[in-house]
Each structure stands twice: as structure tokens, then as C-alpha cells.
Ligand binder design. Structure first.
Ligand code: SF4
Length: 441
């Protein structure tokens, strides 16, 4: 039996695609191993969102070639797709394919095992490309399944390389999603997280919407929770929100990507909304989900951002009242319009702004977690990796910990009502509403 090692960089969508590739290798009787094993093949599924990301991929390639000199090494993903000229010259890799044909990786690796003829399979994404029909139902340890239902993006934000790596927006056929959700449920997983590169555009080319995908998954026996991955603040109509609000098990936590709370900066980023429009969308969502939470990503130090713009952005995140904010420094990306802009912000000033935005974000996080004390929430317990506590996620994605009275017993994959008694810096502590009877578990 051949053994394959996967090394994955980047976002949830990339990790999902790795899980799909693993399934194709297992289906052809390969053993998927960890770093400690001796591999016949190594697949590096790359990311190219930042320049430092590229260098991490190259380091991993060189390390793999040194560690596994006889193995077939494959480089897949966004890095070679976005920069085929550079990537096709990388000698450490025997197989190079981008963000297409990943379903064929195993077959290509097997032919390389016999003929060792270096293969570069890189072609541009074209308008009208279809969604690559990959699916994954095997979630060994997980209690939630990230399922990619949308790929590509048509938005071309001025700082972003992703549309060049992922092509135009396209969606997973509904019948494939239904089949995949049923397979996931059959493997005992209770929560599905619908993911994509620009998820809000799911189904746009098929006359479907995100609400259709959520309703479809909710209709599968065994799936008790459906969560949405990162969303762009677009396409969310009242009728969609009304349908989502009617779905039992829909988790009202919206990760609504903001990037800046200053409309002048949003314009320079080529984002398709103003700060006012973003706020109006959060108000509309709150009408359908009074208890919902918003999390987001914010960038600081974008070219031409002034102190006033930054102050406006900080004030804006306070106005929305996010439960969690991920703060990033703008990072120049060769090949994007923002990289060619004048008025690049010095790194020291970026750091200063990162600190002030993070301070505001931490304060809001603390306020939010403190507001949960006294509430009762259903918690989906995850794999046990802490002797003192059982831990799991509430519908708002907050990590909840309860004392673990019997280290032999696991609550993994159980949904149990917990009353929150205390908040920590990034999670909460509580106790089960009904005393756990371990003998029943
Ligand atoms: S919406 Fe903008 S930031 Fe998001 S993937 Fe598309 S271009 Fe990139």
C-alpha cells in the first residue's frame, strides 16, 4: 500500500479541497499518513494570499524534497495557479497543478510513480468554467464539516489576488451537495459549515441562493446545525433572511467581511458597499435574527489611509458591536492594483493602527462574552483534548467549557444545554442544565 502525506496552507476552502483529495487517494487504496511516516508521495496544497505565504510554500517544498528524496512531490492550489510562470520552474515538484483538476491528483501521482515524467498541468480559468465536482464525507475526528459549495470570485478588490487564482464565481450542483450532506450525516457529523471563496454568490448562475443550500442541508436527517462561513456583505435579501430564519438549526452567527469602517478606504479597496450600507445590512439581519452575532475581518494600513480614516474605522466597528473582530495589517501583493498605489503606509504606522484597532476589538470581545453570563445555550461538544474540561461551540460559535468529572468519558458530538456562569478572555465556562449522568453516556 502506498502512503501519501498532505501539507495544506491557507483557508478553510483549501483545507476542504485537501480532505477531498485525501478521499480520492483512500478510494485508490492509499494510506494517508502524518509527518512522522515514510511517504511515497507528498501533496502540498498551497495558498498565495500573501507574499509570505508563497515563501512558506517554497520552504515546505524544499523540506519535503530533502526529507523524501524518492517520493513523488505534487504542488497544487492557488500559488501555481496565480503565478504559473514561476511555479512551472520549481524543480522540487514532480507534479504541478493549480486550482483545477485536483480530483485527478491521485491518478497523476500514480503515473509519475511509474514513469517519473515531470508534469505541469496549469491552464487559465475561463469564463463558464464549471464547479469542480469534489466532495468529502469522511470526517474522522471532526464534529463539524466545512463544505465548499462555491468557488471563484468576480469582485477584484484592489488588494486581492484570489480572483486570479480561483477564476470566476461558480457553484456546486445542488444534487451533489445533497448527496454530500447525506454522506456527512451518515458518518455521524451533526454540523455543516457552508464555505466558499465568495459564498454570498452561491447559486447566482443557477437561479439559486444561499437559502436554498441551507434548506437543503437542513432537510438531511442527522444534520442538526448549519453555519455559514465567511460572507461578503452582498446578495442578502429580506426574502433570503426570512427563509434562513425559518430553518431549524441555522446558527445565527454572521461572519460579514468588512475590511474597513471608512467609506473612503472601502472605495480605494474597490469594495462594493459603503460603511452606511454595511451598517444598514446588519440592522436588516438583526430584524430577522434579534439574537444574532456578527464577527468580521478588518484591515489597517491600506494605502492612502489617513489617521482620520483609521479613527473612523475604529469608531465604526464599535457602532456595529461585533462579537469578534480579526484585525490584519495590509500586506502588499504583487500583481494587485493596491500594490501599485501611491501613499503606502509605513510598517511602524501599520503596527500602531493594528494595536489601536485590536484594543477596541478586545474590549468588544470582553463585553460580548460578559453579556453571555446567565444565558443557557445548546453546545455541540467537540473532540476531547483537555483533561479538565469538555468543550464545544454554541450557535454563536463561542467556545464553551464545562468541568470534566470523568476523564474516561467523552461528550464528543453531543448537543447539551449549558448555563453560562463565567467568561474567560476568548471563551466561557458553564455547567450542564441537567447534571450529566456519565453512565448514560
Ligand atoms: S470578494 Fe474581494 S477579497 Fe473576497 S475573494 Fe473576492 S476579490 Fe478577494
Amino acid at each position: 500500500m502506498y502512503r501519501v502525506l498532505f501539507i495544506t496552507f491557507g483557508c478553510k476552502v483549501n483545507h476542504y479541497e485537501t480532505e477531498c483529495m485525501k478521499e480520492t487517494f483512500r478510494a485508490r487504496n492509499w494510506e494517508v499518513i502524518g509527518e512522522e511516516g515514510q511517504a511515497d508521495a507528498v501533496v502540498i496544497n498551497s495558498c498565495t494570499v500573501t507574499a509570505s505565504g508563497d515563501s512558506r510554500v517554497l520552504t515546505a517544498l524544499r523540506k519535503a524534497r530533502t526529507r523524501y528524496p524518492e517520493a513523488v512531490i505534487a504542488l497544487t492550489g492557488c500559488y501555481p495557479q496565480a503565478d504559473p510562470e514561476t511555479a512551472s520552474k520549481i524543480t522540487e515538484a514532480d507534479l504541478i497543478c493549480g486550482t483545477k483538476d485536483r480530483g485527478r491528483t491521485c491518478e497523476l501521482v500514480e503515473s509519475l510513480l511509474s514513469d517519473r515524467k515531470r508534469t505541469v498541468l496549469l491552464s487559465d480559468h475561463k469564463k463558464g468554467d464549471l464547479f469542480e465536482p469534489m466532495k468529502c464525507t469522511h470526517y474522522e475526528d471532526n464534529t463539524r464539516a466545512f463544505v465548499k459549495i462555491q468557488d471563484g470570485c468576480d469582485r477584484f478588490c484592489s488588494y486581492c489576488i484570489i480572483p486570479y487564482a480561483r477564476g470566476r464565481s461558480r457553484s456546486k450542483p445542488p444534487e451533489l451537495l445533497r448527496e454530500e450532506a447525506a454522506g456527512i450525516a451518515a458518518n455521524g457529523v451533526k454540523e455543516i459549515v457552508l464555505s466558499g471563496i465568495n459564498l454570498a454568490f452561491y447559486g447566482a448562475e443557477m437561479g439559486l441562493t444561499l437559502a436554498d443550500a441551507v434548506e437543503m442541508c437542513a432537510g438531511v436527517d442527522g444534520i442538526e446545525r448549519i453555519r455559514l462561513g465567511s460572507l461578503e456583505p452582498e446578495m442578502m435579501t429580506d426574502s433570503q433572511l426570512e427563509r434562513l430564519a425559518a430553518v431549524p438549526g441555522f446558527c445565527p452567527q454572521f461572519h460579514l467581511s468588512l475590511q474597513s469602517g471608512c467609506t473612503r478606504t472601502l472605495k480605494a479597496m474597490n469594495r462594493r458597499y459603503t460603511a452606511e450600507e454595511y451598517f444598514a445590512l446588519t440592522e436588516r439581519i438583526r430584524r430577522f435574527f434579534p439574537d444574532c452575532t456578527f464577527t468580521t475581518d478588518v484591515m489597517v494600513g491600506f494605502p492612502q489611509e489617513t489617521d482620520d480614516d483609521h479613527a473612523e474605522s475604529v469608531a465604526f466597528i464599535r457602532k456595529v458591536g461585533f462579537s469578534k473582530v480579526h484585525v490584519f495589517r495590509y500586506s502588499r501583493r504583487h500583481g494587485t492594483p493596491a500594490d501599485r498605489m501611491s501613499g503606502q503606509v509605513p510598517e511602524s504606522l501599520k503596527t500602531e493602527r493594528w494595536k489601536s484597532m485590536t484594543a477596541a476589538a478586545d474590549e468588544m470581545r470582553e463585553t460580548y462574552l460578559r453579556s453571555l453570563v446567565g444565558r443557557t445555550v445548546p453546545v455541540l461538544f467537540e473532540r476531547e483534548n483537555c483533561p479538565e474540561f469538555h468543550q464545544g461551540r454554541a450557535p454563536d460559535h463561542t467556545l464553551i467549557k464545562i468541568s470534566r468529572k470523568n476523564p474516561e468519558k467523552s461528550l464528543r458530538n453531543r448537543i447539551i444545554s449549558v448555563i453560562i456562569e463565567e467568561n474567560g478572555p476568548d471563551n466561557c465556562f458553564g455547567r450542564p442544565v441537567v447534571d450529566l449522568d456519565y453512565d448514560l453516556i
